[in-house]
Write a protein that binds this ligand. Structure first.
Ligand code: GLU
Length: 443
């Protein structure tokens, strides 16, 4: 059996870390199983879905390294949903109900006041043809509810283990709104059946939907896929991510220069027993991450952890990758320059500005009280060729000549040579600056 998974976002906003999590987990599962990944846009809500968001989702997934094997849009598939709707009506599983939102609200309040669960009372099931005709003559339009079996629906969740959703305690869900538009529940099942989806991997906020949807799968003749409900990412205060919280949108993280691999690792590994580490690739995580490692508790995301991971990934980038990324802008930058500077950046786009600052536009800082010291240092600069030992030999000679040591020795040299108080290791930097630039900066 070929594994087929789907990631089914609604194009009503850009992806953020929270909703990138199911994308990455589906992708990793498909990779691990040698399966296929379907990107399905749940765009039945035509008022809120936009082409721009649809494109944005594809761009964001591609940035993460996720390339769908197949793409589909629910808005292209209404004929299939209509056919399923008609079958469910014919079976007596889908029935029209005419209550207004206000009437339903009152029913719920009354039920609560009587200490009963606010579950829909199925009054619409007892409407006669005349009742319906009268209501429609009054101008009411029906919404359509799925008649639940009302039983313990059991399934074996790949992450959470044995689950039971008791549909007896749920209201018959509305599948079609008054205006004839579909809520996501039915189209999702129809698509999962017709696209041969074998595994549905999604957030644990969908567990009770799964109870309802299993009943719909069965009513439509299945097959019922395997389900896996993962914990949801929360911010460090435990609050859920919201699509409207643009600050951690993938687009924003990309603009800020984060590595897509760092973002993918955080989306996948947070809230699992695997350590947050610079895994080499998505394939590497796919090999290591088993769903049994996903915690049943929450998955707290810490932006500092992302920043730290990102820096570790950047620090390990090899020069070939750097050259690739810099293209023409990298001309004249040698491997030792990259190696000398890389530990001093947290995000890759910081590299060229740091290079410029240190090699091109540095303004030497020499305090008045250090003038003589710097002049002595200048006189002691050895002749070239320079290598990794030059710094040690030179500062040893300065120390002997001036008696300075520690910070009093090194900080004025750093400030004169780089114009900064901290930065790359001078031992590596000095031979890269060369004697001529060093002499200039020390005067
Ligand atoms: N469009 C649904 C959502 O974004 C999909 C849920 C599912 O994977 O079935 O929540």
């Amino acid at each position: 059996m070929t594994v087929i998974v789907r990631y089914a976002p609604s194009p009503t906003g850009r992806l953020h870390l929270g909703n990138a999590r199911p994308a990455v987990l589906n992708w990793l599962f498909a990779q691990r199983q040698g399966g296929q990944f379907v990107l399905r846009l749940d765009d039945t809500d035509t008022a809120r879905s936009t082409e721009e968001f649809a494109q944005g989702i594809e761009t964001d997934l591609a940035w993460l390294g996720i390339v769908p094997d197949r793409k589909a849009r629910q808005s292209d598939r209404f004929a299939s949903y209509d056919a399923a709707r008609d079958r469910l009506i014919a079976m007596g599983r889908l029935y029209p109900a005419y209550e207004t939102a206000d009437e339903l609200d009152r029913k719920r309040k009354r039920a609560r006041a009587l200490g009963k669960p606010p579950v829909y009372d199925r009054a619409a099931l007892s409407l006669t043809q005349e009742d319906k005709a009268r209501l429609e003559a009054e101008g009411r339009k029906p919404h359509w509810r799925f008649r639940l079996d009302g039983r313990p629906v059991k399934f074996l969740d790949l992450i959470k283990g044995e689950q039971t959703v008791n549909t007896a305690s749920m209201s018959d869900p509305v599948l079609i709104r008054e205006d004839g538009t579909y809520l996501y529940t039915l189209p999702s099942v129809v698509d999962d059946i017709e696209m041969g989806i074998t595994h549905v991997i999604r957030g644990e906020d969908h567990v009770s939907n799964t109870g309802t949807q299993i009943e719909i799968f069965e009513a439509l003749g299945g097959p019922v896929p395997v389900f896996a409900h993962h914990n949801l990412l929360t911010d460090s205060e435990g609050q859920g991510f919201s699509k409207r919280l643009g600050s951690l949108s993938l687009a924003q993280l990309r603009a800020e220069g984060y590595e897509p691999l760092a973002v993918a690792i955080m989306a996948a590994i947070t809230g699992t027993s695997l350590p947050v580490e610079p895994y080499a690739s998505l394939a590497d995580i796919a090999e290591k991450l088993d769903f049994s490692m996903i915690s049943h508790g929450s998955a707290r995301f810490d932006v500092a952890e992302l920043a730290g991971l990102n820096a570790r990934i950047v620090h390990a980038l090899d020069f070939a990758a750097v050259q690739d990324r810099l293209g023409a802008k990298g001309e004249g930058i040698s491997e030792p320059v990259w190696l000398a500077l890389r530990e001093n950046i947290a995000r890759f786009p910081q590299f060229l500005p740091l290079y410029e600052e240190i090699f091109v536009s540095a303004t030497p800082l020499i305090a008045d009280e250090d003038r003589d010291f710097i002049a002595t240092a200048r006189d002691l600069l050895p002749p070239e060729p320079w290598d990794g030992d030059t710094w040690g030999a030179w500062t040893g000679a300065i120390k002997a000549a001036t008696g300075r040591k520690g910070k009093a020795l090194f900080l004025p040299l750093r400030r004169a040579l780089t114009g900064r108080d901290e930065g790359p290791e001078l031992r590596a930097l000095l031979p890269l600056l060369g004697r001529k630039a060093s002499l200039d900066r020390l005067s």
